[in-house]
Design a protein around this ligand. Structure first.
Ligand code: GLA
Length: 388
């Protein structure tokens, strides 16, 4: 019986699934960029926070370089569903409802993201969407949501792929393009099946699984190790998501903030910032607005960079870019300054007598005969673009 039902479903959904694969890919031709409430505000969220964040995205100039998604994470819901079984926001914290907030965000040229959970409850205990996807996804579409982060708490041991497939079918059925972020933390290898179902899939758990908050830098290095083998799974429309960035939350030093932006850009990762955007330091804002680095992240070829060297002191990452240029990143992962060096021919770049190089943090343009080298401080990077 169960087999008969699933066969019938898979036959009847085949054309729809094909159509949705193309439309899913069209939603995020480059990795999404924006902001999420989780890492700074956790459950301390309300409508005013998202309104002020939307205004700050515009006034800081962040939206002009691509940070467009304002993402509501966990804890926006009322404890109970409505009498008709619909998800509803906490009425005290969101007096204008989510549709009111969507109108506010859209009026500023931005997009609104929201969070749900595929299990029986969200990670912090709000209503889960297990058994309710057919109702919840149309609810989000009616509110004019643009981005759905679908978490996986209290969902296991159910296999993730069929759940997220049903979720995407529910999204497609609404006719509203909504980006689906598959957030099952990489347990069931979502990079192998996520393309065409979601636009992005979390590859890893939360930072605290890897040493944070005691050591955020250690957590970032662990996330890098877990993402390094996944480069071949990313392509335009379908991206590995190594998690929202910690930039702006106060978890990282100024140096580590620029390293995280650089590394996430080599990884072709979603650039989702955290923090209170109304109070960003000059240095944090300058990091987030480094157009040279963001342009690497948003490169239209959509090839994720690969790690070519990793030892206890340093790592070398290379990302091929559209038109034959490359982004090269030398990371000093250690806590002491070091002189880092990379030989372009040895890294596989075409042999040439001279290369045109742009330092993506100092913005200096220079010629090199093939050795990129520099003194790099602890937890810092040297990142350059090598012209075609
Ligand atoms: C999980 C996710 C986080 C965040 C929290 C919210 O832990 O991985 O990104 O959404 O749930 O509870």
């Amino acid at each position: 019986m169960a087999l008969g039902v699933s066969l019938a479903l898979s036959f009847s959904c085949a054309p729809a699934a094909l159509a949705s694969r193309a439309s899913v890919a069209a939603i995020a031709p480059t990795p999404p960029m924006g902001w999420s409430s989780w890492y700074k505000f956790g459950c301390g969220i309300n409508e005013a926070l998202f309104q002020q964040t939307a205004r700050a995205l515009v006034s800081t100039g962040m939206s002009a370089i691509g940070y467009r998604y304002v993402n509501i994470d966990d804890c926006w819901m009322a404890r109970q569903r409505s009498p008709s079984g619909a998800l509803q926001p906490n009425p005290r914290e969101f007096p204008d409802g989510i549709s009111g907030l969507a109108a506010y965000v859209h009026a500023r040229g931005l997009k609104l993201g929201i969070y749900l959970d595929t299990g029986s409850a969200t990670c912090t205990g709000f209503p889960g969407s297990a058994g309710h996807l057919g109702q919840d996804i149309p609810t989000l579409a009616a509110w004019k949501i643009d981005y759905v982060k679908a978490d996986y708490c209290r969902s296991r041991p159910a296999p993730a792929k069929p759940i997220y497939t049903r979720l995407q079918q529910a999204i497609s059925a609404t006719g509203r393009p909504m980006l689906l972020n598959i957030c099952e933390w990489g347990y069931q290898n979502p990079w192998e099946w996520g393309a065409g179902i979601g636009s992005t899939w979390r590859t890893t758990g939360d930072y605290f699984s890897y040493g944070a908050p005691r050591d955020y830098w250690k957590a970032i290095l662990k996330v890098l190790d877990l993402n390094a083998p996944l480069a071949s799974f990313a392509h335009p429309g379908a991206w590995n998501d190594p998690n929202a960035m910690l930039i702006g939350t106060g978890a990282l030093t100024a140096t580590e903030e620029r390293s995280q932006l650089s590394l996430w850009s080599i990884l072709a990762a979603p650039l989702i910032a955290g923090g209170d955007l109304t109070k960003l330091s000059r240095s944090t804002l300058a990091v987030l607005k480094n157009r040279d680095v963001v342009t690497v992240d948003q490169d239209p070829a959509g090839e994720q960079g690969t790690r070519l060297v990793r030892d206890s002191v340093h790592q070398v990452w290379l990302r091929p870019l559209a038109g034959g240029s490359h982004a090269l990143l030398l990371l000093n992962s250690s806590s002491r300054s070091a002189t880092l060096t990379a030989n372009l021919a040895k890294l596989g770049l075409p042999l040439r007598s001279v290369y045109l190089v742009r330092d993506l943090w100092t913005h200096r343009l220079y010629r090199s005969t093939g050795t990129i080298s520099g003194r790099v401080g602890p937890h810092d990077v040297l990142m350059v673009k090598i012209a075609a």
